[in-house]
Write a protein that binds this ligand. Structure first.
Ligand SMILES: *[C@@H]1O[C@H](CO)[C@@H](O)[C@H](O)[C@H]1NC(C)=O
Ligand SMILES: *[C@@H]1O[C@H](CO)[C@@H](O)[C@H](O)[C@H]1NC(C)=O
Ligand SMILES: *[C@@H]1O[C@H](CO)[C@@H](O)[C@H](O)[C@H]1NC(C)=O
Length: 774
């Protein structure tokens, strides 16, 4: 069956429901500088011909102290005498425009927005072009919602680009995974798409379609682990925690940053001048606004005790460079901070300058937006057929095939009489399980069960567990009886938001409750090997299933979004060739002996600390980062590598001695951009699809040092690209490897260095050596 013949009937139902809503009342979006008001029209801040900085400065100069203070929190009130409406800085759009923040309301013409898969699944496609298309769709829908008068702001607090450092982290699902390069590229693609830039960048002028926010700056990746401090080495900051933020700002040109709750090495992020001003603004040339995470200012005094008084906390964050507080601490204590002379007015003006610049860049001070650049985007572009197709594509290209014994999958779809049992707590899951956290109201959710029913009319459903994924109580005997009667059994198990979410990290890596017992009993009793589908953000230790021949197929479907039900069924019945690859290491369950608060990436053999992520972890794995099967087999070949030797030139190298061996290296900061450029190597890799189905395949190129030194990664992803190959087709992909960027490592002082030595490029089973010589 053709894919579109399958999708069109479902989409037309969706579109019909949507258009019926369009003709109800429509509301004006909030804006300033109404051209019909002669007073406001004459203000310089309303003049679109003036530079934005000058307009913002004019506006700030007209505010009284009380008005100024009122604007420093996320819920900024209106200033009627200047014709300025209220503004809500807090909106969410992690994987679709969401009403999870107060800025967006689905209570008017528009009742919903496209709900794309949760980010961790979208990341598994390793396809920056897809990531960009998704965030562009989100940005367009955001404008549609604003133009319909249902948005009180256009500043979205996404993407979440913290490294998925620990498998238990409840918010790991929101991130693109554990690799800094993948996370950095995701950040850039997301920001460009949402803000209205081109895929390659460089087309963003001052105007913003919507504003993206890189969060949570920095080294924030555990929830509710008793508010403990994080001690982060300079080395780990340099090559793990900071690169995604640097890319988000420098290449993506994000217009927002959120400083995180946590302290790094004693200093709360929102009060850290070196981080917010020294690093982001001065080193990375950041020009946007900085918000606190919600409540992050109050805890600096009330929980962390870093500031002695509320006023000191406010003084600290403004001095550090934060511009707007999510919360109301400044509303309550800002005035007294000023009267106690703890906060000078110029700090407030500096913050307001940044804040109003963003609102002007969003086009909110140019009069009625319906005649402006993004004013034409209408409600019909929200939940559009194209966007739903994209949501389906993202799910299909993210889902990872983990096991397929004796080619059990795909199931035969030509036989209409096959009987299927779909069993498990996630089999008929609704929003909470298929969308993942920070979800909006989906256009029309297709459940996994509906997807299966489309292919096999004779589908029997059984929930298996009495209490959802927690599965403290299970109906094992009844489920076994159901399974015995049918040709094929699909078990849909795993986690949902009750097991992992914001403010809820896991403390086990097994499947919850009686899930494993249920799976084993059904697998034992079924006619044929069963298929196990897992919904989850973080990894689950399913070693028992990996090695059990009665479990023939395993798929990981993340939280697949509103069309995840279609995507999964299309893969299981062979209408789509799976190609997703895991963006995170799947650790065995005894990994939990590692304290979650231990931020070290690098292993420490002397204390038995195993390290974290594929780059440093030295212990056994259930599945590796980058693992993923397909119905096709792919092979690689290094077709050409421009040079084998890269010259560092002995003259200005530094020396380090390790184990009585002397190694020469250069600091990346000492090398000019031209030198780095001249050292880079072009690589052409041949890729062949040996299967009988067309497939979209992500090619991952890694490097490892031939002689691994203490503190350097076991291996490191240096490039990735998704290629589409017909059955039997052979194609080529190109990579440009820059030693400064891809072969460098961070030393203990947190400086990037290029070391002499032999480096091995790795693509699948193929290896190719490169030498850096002096
Ligand atoms: C939608 O909700 C907002 C905020 O609660 C309210 O101000 C507005 O009037 C509502 N709109 C409609 C059409 O109900
Ligand atoms: C699946 O869930 C939906 C929505 O929660 C419900 O209406 C439907 O009856 C369920 N299907 C079965 C077969 O239980
Ligand atoms: C080393 O010298 C060569 C030849 O002068 C030059 O092309 C290359 O850029 C130099 N490399 C570095 C790292 O300075």
């Amino acid at each position: 069956m053709g894919l579109s013949s399958f999708l069109i009937p479902i989409l037309s139902i969706l579109l019909l429901t949507h258009y019926q809503l369009v003709f109800t009342e429509s509301t004006q979006p909030p804006y300033s500088c109404d051209s019909s008001n002669p007073t406001t029209r004459s203000y310089p801040f309303c003049n679109p011909k003036l530079p934005i900085a000058q307009r913002a400065k004019d506006l700030v100069s007209r505010l009284t102290l009380d008005e100024k203070l009122s604007q420093l929190v996320n819920t900024a009130p209106s200033i009627p005498r200047l014709g300025i409406p209220s503004y809500q800085w807090w909106s969410e759009a992690l994987h679709g425009v969401a009403n999870a923040g107060p800025g967006i309301r689905f209570n008017g013409t528009i009742k919903s927005a496209t709900s794309f898969p949760q980010v961790i699944l979208t990341a598994a496609s390793f396809d920056p072009n897809l990531w960009y298309q998704i965030s562009k769709a989100i940005g367009t829908e955001a404008r549609g919602v604003y133009n319909a008068g249902q948005a009180e702001g256009m500043t979205f607090w996404a993407p979440n680009i913290n490294i998925f450092r620990d498998p238990r982290w409840g918010r790991g699902q929101e991130t693109p995974g554990e690799d800094p390069l993948v996370t950095a590229k995701y950040a850039v693609a997301y920001v460009r798409g949402l803000q209205g830039d081109s895929l390659q960048g460089g087309r963003l002028g001052e105007r913003l379609q919507a504003s993206a926010c890189c969060k949570h700056f920095t080294a924030y990746d555990l929830d509710h682990w008793k508010g403990l401090d994080r001690f982060v080495t300079l080395q780990d900051l340099a090559d793990t925690y900071q690169p995604p933020f640097q890319s988000c700002i420098l290449q993506g040109r994000a217009s927002g940053i959120m400083c995180a709750y946590n302290r790094v090495n004693g200093v709360p992020n929102c009060a850290d001048f070196n981080l917010l001003t020294g690093t982001a603004r001065n080193k990375w040339n950041f020009h946007g606004y900085i918000t606190s995470d919600c409540g992050a200012v109050s805890i600096i005094h009330e929980e962390q005790g870093y500031a002695k008084t509320a006023e000191d906390a406010i003084a600290d964050v403004l001095k550090a460079g934060m511009d707007v507080e999510c919360g109301d601490y400044i509303t309550k204590h800002g005035k007294s901070a000023v009267s106690q002379k703890k906060v000078p007015i110029y700090q407030i003006d500096r913050a307001l300058q940044n804040l109003f610049s963003i609102r002007i860049r969003l086009g909110l001070f140019d009069g009625n937006p319906s005649k402006l650049l993004f004013g034409m985007i209408g409600a019909s572009q929200v939940c559009s057929k194209q966007h739903l197709q994209l949501a389906l594509d993202a799910a299909r290209n993210g889902i990872v095939l983990l096991k397929n014994n004796k080619a059990l999958l795909p199931l035969p779809k030509t036989n209409p009489s096959i009987s299927l049992a779909v069993i498990g707590p996630n089999a008929n899951a609704s929003s909470l399980a298929v969308l993942g956290n920070y979800f909006g109201s989906p256009c029309k959710l297709v459940t996994l069960l509906q997807g299966f029913q489309h292919y096999a009319k004779n589908t029997i459903y059984h929930r298996g567990c009495d209490d959802g994924t927690q599965c403290a109580s299970a109906q094992i005997n009844q489920a076994v009886e159901v399974a015995k009667k049918v040709d094929y059994v699909v078990l849909v198990m795993g986690l949902d938001q009750s097991q992992e979410r914001e403010s809820n990290d896991r403390d086990q890596l097994d499947l919850p409750g009686k899930q494993q017992e249920l799976i084993n009993s059904i697998a034992e009793a079924s006619k044929r090997p069963v298929i196990l589908v897992l919904l989850s953000g973080g990894p689950v230790d399913i070693t028992f299933a990996k090695f059990d021949n009665k479990i023939g197929g395993i798929l990981w479907a993340g939280y697949p979004g509103e069309l995840g039900g279609l995507a999964l069924a299309q893969i299981i019945f062979g209408d789509h060739n799976p190609g997703g690859r895991l963006p995170i290491t799947w650790y065995p369950k005894d990994f939990i002996r590692v304290p979650m608060t231990d931020m070290r990436m690098r292993a420490d053999p002397s204390s038995g600390y195993p390290g974290r992520t594929y780059r440093f972890y030295t212990g056994p794995k259930v599945y590796e980062f980058g693992y993923g099967l397909s119905y096709s087999k792919y092979s690689y070949e290094f077709v050409s590598v421009a040079k084998n030797n890269i010259h560092l030139n002995q003259s200005s190298t530094h020396l380090m001695v390790e184990n009585s061996e002397t190694i020469r290296y250069k600091l990346v900061s000492d090398l000019s951009e031209e030198t780095c450029q001249s050292m880079s190597v072009s690589i052409t890799l041949g890729v062949t699809n040996h299967g009988s189905m067309m497939g979209k395949h992500p090619v991952l190129l890694f490097m490892r040092q031939a002689k691994q030194r203490n503190g350097n990664p076991v291996k490191q992803l240096v490039g990735f690209q998704s290629v589409k190959l017909d059955a039997g087709e052979k194609s080529q992909v190109g990579f440009e490897i820059s030693p400064c960027e891809h072969l460098s490592t961070a030393n203990e002082a947190g400086l990037k260095v290029v070391e002499e030595g032999s480096y091995i490029l790795i693509a699948g089973e193929e290896e190719y050596p490169l030498n850096i010589i002096t």
